[in-house]
Design a protein around this ligand. Structure first.
Ligand SMILES: Nc1ncnc2c1ncn2[C@@H]1O[C@H](COP(=O)(O)OP(=O)(O)OP(=O)(O)O)[C@@H](O)[C@H]1O
Ligand SMILES: [Mg+2]
Length: 279
């Protein structure tokens, strides 16, 4: 679905590339997480995946990004956006209307969706995101979690094959964060939408994502299945990634010969392992 080959990008006016020599494949129908410390290049990579780097952000672009067989540099933004929908890190800057319904309409009309299809697509997006009751509300009256859902609804109304989200739970409490991930899981499993999500809440992410990519200093530190990546909890801590405590616990127990598996990814697994250990 998405193929990144030796991508290096340096913003105009910068002295160093924001992403360096990234090679990565994102499979059709996958659920992919991107993690890494602040300034690691996660947002820049996401911008490259949806074409706004280099179409809107100018700079030196080397290598290639191919989305659904389109080379992003040679393709029009409107064509790339039909395939990859992005929810930005700063959701406030993404929402431009003052009423929820208008926000969805704006995207659909901009994409030239035929009039007879618009109603059905709006219903679909509001229903799947679970915000039918917010349809006529003003954006100003919504909570952070509700705005996040509006942003996601307006993107999925366009029926993208890939949904790309940059720290969608950054402003949300644990309950709303989990709800957003539950929604992404549904979109992934029920509609086969490929999910790519940048996230700081690694424990939550690890529960839902199948694969993780770790960025550090603009480079790809490592990537692979979630368990393979979390096996390297100690190295990840060293580059400033806050691993779930259960991952570090597993590594320590494994090192001491007390645990066969070097990785545990959630509290249930850790509880079961510790119970076995003390029984
Ligand atoms: N529009 C821009 N113009 C110039 N430099 C930029 C721009 N956006 C980001 N950068 C620089 O590129 C590097 C990578 O930034 P990026 O925002 O991609 O990292 P990030 O991993 O998303 O960080 P965060 O966790 O803080 O969101 C940083 O050094 C940043 O200052
Ligand atoms: Mg960022």
């Amino acid at each position: 679905m998405i193929s990144i080959e030796s991508l290096t990008f340096q913003y105009e006016g910068s002295t160093e590339p924001a992403v360096k020599d990234i090679t990565l494949n994102i499979e059709d129908g996958g659920f992919f997480g991107i993690i890494g410390p602040a300034g690691a290049g996660k947002t820049t990579l996401a911008r490259a995946l949806c074409g706004i780097v280099p179409h809107h952000y100018k700079g030196d672009f080397y290598g290639s990004v191919t989305v659904d067989s389109m080379d992003t540099v040679d393709s029009k933004m409107t064509d790339i956006c039909r395939v990859v929908g992005m929810v930005f890190q700063d959701v406030e800057s993404q929402i431009i209307s003052s009423v929820v319904e208008d926000e969805l309409l704006y995207g659909l009309e901009n994409y030239g969706i035929p009039h007879e299809e618009i109603e059905e697509r709006m219903d679909f997006a509001l229903r799947e995101v679970g915000i039918e009751d917010l349809r006529y509300r003003t954006i100003a009256s919504l909570s952070g979690g509700q705005r996040q859902k509006v942003a996601i609804a307006s993107v999925i109304a366009l029926r993208p094959k890939v949904l790309l989200l940059d720290e969608p739970t950054g402003e949300l409490d644990p309950g709303s964060s989990r709800q957003v991930f539950g929604l992404l899981k549904t979109l992934n499993e029920k509609y086969g939408i490929t999910i790519v999500v940048i996230e700081q809440k690694i424990m939550l992410l690890s529960e839902f994502a199948k694969e993780l990519a770790v960025m550090s200093g603009g480079s790809m530190f490592c990537h692979g299945p979630v368990r393979e990546v979390l096996k390297r909890a100690r190295e990840l801590e060293e580059i400033g990634v806050n691993c779930p405590r259960v991952a570090s616990l597993a590594q320590n127990l494994h090192k001491e010969g007390l645990l066969k598996t070097p990785v545990l990814i959630n509290v249930d697994e850790a509880e079961a392992a510790v119970r076995r250990l003390i029984s």
